[in-house]
Ligand binder design. Structure first.
Ligand code: R1P
Length: 328
């Protein structure tokens, strides 16, 4: 595909460079996950999916009545409706760079306010057990500091620390409350944990995993995380970037929508994206337990239904736009 505009590349059809979506293919309410198979399974909750395609044991595929698009960089977008409300599901893979591509490119092709929810998996260093759900009210970023590891011992900067922790960026409180309510109703309140999430730039070193093949200097990382933020409840690799970018989103697209409606009303909103996240605990790092396939199969559909309820529950104060052939 040939792209124009090196600042924000788009092709002649208006498709973004990495996610590959264009105007009309994405709803204002978007659920993002890591794993494309999880996206396909969650899509079974959407309107109009045949009984055959959503039967337990059915082949994992995008339901045939829904719009879908696989990009050359591994993003999968599925768009349809949940209880009549336009929604999209986007599988992004892993890590903060993929979250950055997702948030910016999806924002670029949708007018009006957006709601972005992440439904993922995480590790827990506290009491949350495997199969429980974390709904973090905020997130900080844990970054490996390469400068600490630079050079021979005697040349090292004595003040450098191996890991850096950012400030906490908050989720939208109304979105979080809605997630807690619906998750609690689906799985039982005892299984829902609020608190603060830590997003790490590695699955390994900056999540405190020990690896004999590398010098990581992370033996006391958990203690450092708890000292930085005593309410740390979950550890994963994307949520910080979602919360941070939502708080950095400008009202530009809201003004545009007001103008395109012809009413010329300038918005008073500071941000055009509202964000929230929840994760299933897959790894219990205190006890070293890892979730079983059977448990995922039990928790994922219940939590998935709850996450869609939250996705359509929060008012965006505006009509959603959607013009796709399938799913409209
Ligand atoms: C690591 O195995 C991956 O799983 C978690 C982490 O954030 C990371 O992306 O999330 P997902 O299940 O959403 O991919």
């Amino acid at each position: 595909m040939s792209m124009t505009n090196a600042n924000f590349p788009m092709d002649a059809e208006g498709r973004t460079y990495h996610v590959g979506v264009k105007r009309g293919e994405l709803a204002n309410r978007v659920l993002t996950v890591g794993d494309p198979a999880r996206a396909m399974i969650l899509a079974r909750h959407l309107d109009g999916v045949s009984e055959e395609e959503k039967a337990p044991g059915a082949k994992v595929a995008v339901p045939s009545n829904l719009f879908s698009l696989s990009s050359h960089r591994g993003f999968l977008t599925i768009t349809g409706r949940y209880k009549g409300v336009p929604v999209s599901i986007v599988a992004i893979g892993m890590g903060i760079s993929m979250m950055d591509f997702f948030v910016r490119e999806c924002r670029a092709v949708v007018d009006g306010p957006m709601l972005m929810l992440r439904f993922g998996s995480c590790g827990s260093m506290m009491d949350a057990a495997v199969g429980d759900i974390a709904v973090p009210t905020g997130s900080y970023l844990v970054q490996r500091n390469p400068d600490y590891f630079y050079g021979e011992e005697e040349a090292k900067d004595a003040n450098a620390k191996p890991y850096h922790f950012t400030k906490v960026f908050n989720a939208d409180p109304e979105v979080t409350a809605s997630l807690v309510k619906h998750m609690g109703a689906a799985l039982g309140e005892d299984h829902i944990w609020t608190g603060i999430n830590a997003t790490a730039d590695s699955f390994y070193s900056s999540q405190g995993r020990q690896d004999v093949n590398f010098v990581d200097t992370n033996e006391d990382l958990f203690e450092q995380l708890m000292a930085h933020e005593p309410k740390t409840v979950s550890l994963e690799m994307e949520t910080f970037m979602l919360y941070h970018l939502a708080q950095s989103s400008t009202p530009a697209t809201l003004k545009k929508k007001a103008q395109s409606n012809g009413n010329g009303v300038a918005t008073k909103e500071k941000h055009s994206i509202r964000a929230g996240a929840c994760m299933m605990v897959f790894a219990q790092r205190k006890t070293n337990n890892f979730i079983t396939k059977e448990m995922v199969a039990e928790v994922e559909p219940k939590a998935g239904a709850a996450v869609f309820e939250a996705l359509v529950d929060v008012s965006l104060g505006d009509e959603d736009d959607l013009h796709t052939e399938k799913g409209s």
